[in-house]
Design a binder for this molecule. Structure first.
Ligand code: G6P
Length: 366
C-alpha cells in the first residue's frame, strides 16, 4: 500500500505525530473494552509457570527490551535477561526450564533477531514475537505473536514502532503480574487507567514541540552530546543518543547518570551538551546531583523533566517541561522529546531525515 507524507515534510515527522493514535490503537488490543483489565492473545502455555523472560532485539527495539526489563522485574517479579541479538546468538545463553524468549522487531525480518529466535526455539523455549509486520518471518516462526499496530513505518529511524512496542510490553508485564497473582484487581485497574490516559498525555507533549526547536538550534553545532538517565529512563537516554546519531550524524552517547563519574565526565567542557532525562520518580535527586557535577565543569545541561525547578533555570542551556506520569507510561512519554530533538537537530543540519546515510530500514543480512 502506498503511504503518503500528508502535510508533513518527512515520514519521520508524520510518524512521530501519529504516535498518540497508533499507541491508542495498540493499547486497545491489549486492554479490555471496559478498561479494567489487560488481555493477551491466547497463549499455548501458562504464563504463571514461566520462570524466566529473555528479551532479544536490535537497535531501537533493543531499547524497548531494556525498558521492559524494569517493568517485568517490578510487576511480575520474574528474572529477566536482555541482550542484543547479534551477541545473544553467538553466546551460550543459559535457558531456564519453562523460559519464555521474546523477540522484538518492527520488521520481523532482522537477520540476527531471527537467528536468535531459531536458537531459542531449538532449545525448547517458549517463543513470542513482538512485531509490527504480522506477515513477517518472525511472526510465522514464533509460538505466539504479540503484534504492534503502528501501521507501516517508513522512516529508517524507528519512532512509532518503538512506542507501540513499549505499549505491548507494558500490557504484557501487567498481565504477567496478574497471572502470577502479584497484582490485585484494584491495582490492575489503576495501571490500566494509567495506560488509557497515555495517548492524551502524548498529544499534550507533542503539542509543545516548538520548545524543542530552540534546544535543537543550541546543540546542532556540538561534536559530541551525552544523554543521561537513571532507572527505567536510562534506556530512553540511549534511544535519544541513537536517534540523534542516526539522523543528525552528531556523535552521541547514552549513559546511566550514576556512571558519568566513571569516565564520560572527563569529556565535559563548555562544548559538550548533556541532555538530562530526569523525571520526578524516586531517582530525581540523584540525577540532579549528577547534572550539577556536569554544570560545575561548564557542561551545557538541557533538562527534560516534570520538575524543572530542580535546577536553576538560568544555569541551564535549555529545558523541556513534561507531564508527570507513573513508571508504566513515563518512559513512553519521554521517548517523544528525544525523537523530536533528533528530528529538529537533523533539520538544522540539513541531513536526509528519512534516508540517513549507510543505514537500512531492515537489516536482513548479518
Ligand atoms: C535498523 C533500523 C532501526 C531498527 C533496527 C531493528 O537498524 O534502522 O530503526 O530499530 O534495524 O529493526 P527491527 O525491524 O528488528 O525492529
Amino acid at each position: 500500500a502506498l503511504v503518503s507524507k500528508g502535510n508533513h515534510r518527512h515520514f519521520m515527522q508524520k510518524e512521530i505525530f501519529e504516535q498518540p493514535v497508533v499507541v491508542s490503537q495498540t493499547l486497545g488490543r491489549y486492554l479490555d473494552p471496559i478498561g479494567t483489565q489487560v488481555t493477551l492473545p491466547k497463549l499455548p502455555f501458562d504464563l504463571k509457570s514461566v520462570t524466566k523472560i529473555t528479551l532479544v532485539a536490535c537497535g531501537t527495539s533493543y531499547y524497548a527490551a531494556s525498558v521492559a526489563r524494569y517493568w517485568i522485574e517490578k510487576y511480575a517479579r520474574t528474572p529477566v535477561e536482555v541482550d542484543i541479538a547479534s551477541e545473544f546468538r553467538y553466546r551460550d545463553p543459559i535457558y531456564a526450564e519453562n523460559g519464555l524468549c521474546i523477540f522484538i522487531s518492527q520488521s520481523g525480518e532482522t537477520a540476527d533477531t531471527l537467528a536468535a529466535l531459531r536458537h531459542a526455539k531449538e532449545a525448547g523455549q517458549h517463543t513470542a514475537a513482538i512485531v509490527n509486520v504480522t506477515e513477517s518471518t518472525m511472526a510465522r516462526e514464533a509460538d505466539i505473536i504479540l503484534p504492534t499496530y503502528a501501521g507501516t513505518e517508513i522512516g529508517v529511524a524507528s519512532t512509532k514502532a518503538f512506542t507501540c512496542q513499549l505499549a505491548v510490553l507494558a500490557a504484557f508485564s501487567v498481565a504477567m503480574g496478574v497471572a502470577k497473582g502479584l497484582i490485585s484487581s484494584d491495582t490492575e485497574k489503576t495501571l490500566v487507567k494509567e495506560l488509557e490516559h497515555l495517548p492524551a498525555q502524548m498529544s499534550t507533549v507533542l503539542a509543545t514541540e516548538e520548545n524543542i526547536k530552540a534546544i535543537a538550534a543550541e546543540i546542532a553545532d556540538a561534536r559530541d552530546i551525552l544523554f543521561v538517565g537513571r532507572g527505567i529512563h536510562f534506556p530512553i537516554a540511549m534511544e535519544g543518543a541513537l536517534k540523534l546519531k542516526e539522523i543528525s550524524y552528531i556523535h552521541a552517547e547514552g549513559y546511566a547518570a550514576g556512571e558519568l563519574k566513571h569516565g564520560p565526565i572527563a569529556l565535559i567542557d563548555e562544548n559538550v551538551p548533556v541532555i538530562g532525562i530526569a523525571p520526578s520518580d524516586g531517582l530525581l535527586d540523584k540525577s540532579v546531583s549528577n547534572l550539577q557535577e556536569i554544570m560545575a565543569r561548564k557542561g551545557r545541561v538541557v533538562l527534560f523533566s516534570d520538575h524543572l525547578k530542580s535546577l536553576p533555570q538560568a544555569d541551564l542551556a535549555g529545558s523541556f517541561s513534561m507531564p508527570s506520569a507513573g513508571d508504566l507510561t513515563s518512559p513512553i512519554l519521554y521517548a517523544l522529546p528525544v525523537q523530536l530533538l533528533a528530528y529538529y537537530t537533523a533539520l538544522e543540519k540539513g541531513t536526509d531525515v528519512d534516508q540517513p546515510r549507510n543505514l537500512a530500514k531492515s537489516v536482513t543480512v548479518e
